[in-house]
Design a protein around this ligand. Structure first.
Ligand code: HEM
Length: 423
């Protein structure tokens, strides 16, 4: 074992985390929650939840926001309308992110997601130094194209395959691994532990074990990079400086761990959802194949139509009002990104995937101080992956001999598989 090898839990020989992740993602199938969101929106842009009910749905991943975790005396609201969601996300003073500490802290440590100002501003200023425009160009050229090409090399001659298992699920984690400059021999273990860690919702103990193993692993690499900096993300974070402030090892480590759910799981889901939208609308897939200048609007429409993450949450720091609804200090305010992205006040025929619609900013990457730090990376990764798919898998279509795919999930959404054929 090299000094940078992640520890391998002894009971893992037969454990396939993708199968486990996929199996668990299938529990409590929520195929299409959008008609229900539209019904709620017709009456309320923000709604007080009945405590005791799960807030957004009864799927297992709704436990992230289930009323049972909130304590009996906490009022819980969900914002469904675009303006209400935007108001919450824009105003970090009135709507704090600190509530994530209890839910995510045990696995991710004190991460950027749970920080409020001014701590958040300083920390974000430090970590975003790793996501420069120049870094993005280098990653696209030297890293993302290679990862996608290698994934497609494995399947291209088969003329059929599952694009989730072969491409969209593995590629974003592998991109992150290479951005971090991890040793190639470490990748299988890193990938498995990354998946185990993001499975905290249904395999909590295993997630904690994976998180601890990743802390040890990253700790050793951070120490190495402090001695011998290179040009990878960990080296940039080690050197990052803002007004005399630097990141300590624990801050770097929790950021690296957060990259796995924030950067890999979201991109896997969003690229799968976009492919699903195109495969189920073959005339739009054909138009995009013929005219690649449509790529940016196809990517944005995929994110609007089926955002990978539907719900995030805040806590009201003071008494306030949203759309006429009084919100007492201390209330939990969940925002429904999916519902906001389908708000009929902003989009006509919002339930349809239509890459030709007039572009308008959606909420998939959130808004305000915590707006996604990796949005340019996510867009670039999706563009590269989809371009290679269109170039290398001609006449792509849903496999008529397999069960048709569908998107599922109450808070995290994606198809469990995308069985396709090509010429
Ligand atoms: C399509 C893919 C993605 C989507 C839909 C997405 C969505 C989001 C959303 C909704 C938030 C706000 C969470 C909150 O405030 O509660 C967020 C934050 C964040 N995202 Fe993304 N994300 C994506 C890809 C990425 C990638 C590729 C990375 C980096 C590798 C990344 C890194 C982050 C980070 C670090 C934050 C925290 C920012 C902060 O708290 O200031 N994301 N993302």
């Amino acid at each position: 074992m090299s000094t940078t090898d992640p520890a391998v839990p002894a009971d893992n020989a037969e454990y396939d985390p993708f199968e486990e992740f996929n199996r668990s993602a299938g529990i409590g199938v929520v195929e299409n929650p959008y008609p229900m969101f539209a019904m709620v929106r017709a009456e309320h842009t923000i709604k007080r939840e009945d405590l005791g009910e799960a807030m957004l749905a009864d799927n297992d991943d709704a436990q992230l926001l289930s009323a049972g975790d909130m304590g009996d005396d906490v009022a819980v609201f969900t914002a469904f309308g675009f303006d209400a969601v935007q108001q919450v996300l824009k105003d970090g003073d009135t709507f704090s992110s600190a509530g994530y500490a209890e839910i995510m802290g045990p696995v991710f440590g004190h991460s950027i997601l749970e920080m409020d100002e001014p701590e958040h501003h300083t920390y974000r200023g430090l970590v975003q130094q790793a996501f420069s425009r120049k870094a993005m160009e280098i990653w696209e050229r030297d890293l993302v194209r290679g990862v996608v090409d290698e994934a497609l090399d494995e399947i291209v001659d088969n003329k059929r395959g599952d694009l989730v298992r072969s491409l969209t699920f593995p590629f974003p984690v592998l991109v992150i691994a290479r951005m971090l400059g991890l040793a190639p021999d470490d990748l299988p273990t890193f990938h498995r532990q990354a998946v185990e860690m993001i499975s905290a919702g249904f395999e909590f103990d295993r997630a904690i074990a994976a998180s601890n193993a990743l802390s040890d692993y990253f700790g050793k690499i951070i120490a190495e990079r402090r001695k011998n900096p290179s040009d990878d993300v960990i080296s940039v974070l080690v050197r990052a400086e803002l007004d005399g402030e630097h990141l300590d090892d624990a801050q770097i480590c929790s950021f690296l761990k957060l990259l796995l759910p924030a950067g890999a799981e979201t991109t896997y889901r969003s690229s799968s959802n976009l492919l699903y939208g195109l495969l189920t609308n073959p005339e739009q897939l054909a138009a995009l194949t013929a005219d690649r200048s449509l790529m940016p609007q196809a990517i944005e429409e995929g994110l609007r139509w089926e955002p990978p993450l539907l719900g995030i949450m805040r806590t009201a720091t003071k008494d306030t009002v949203i759309d006429g609804m009084p919100i007492p200090a201390g209330s939990v305010v969940a925002v429904n990104i999916g519902s906001a992205n389908h708000d009929e006040r902003y989009w006509d025929n919002a339930e349809e995937f239509d890459l030709f619609r007039k572009p308008k900013q959606h909420i998939a990457f959130a808004w305000g101080p915590h707006m996604c730090l990796g949005l340019h990376l996510a867009r670039m990764e999706t563009r590269v992956a989809l371009t290679q798919v269109l170039d290398r898998l001609p006449n792509l279509r849903i496999d008529p001999d397999m069960e048709p795919p569908y998107i599922t999930g109450a808070i995290f959404r994606a198809p469990n598989n995308l069985h396709v054929v090509w010429d």
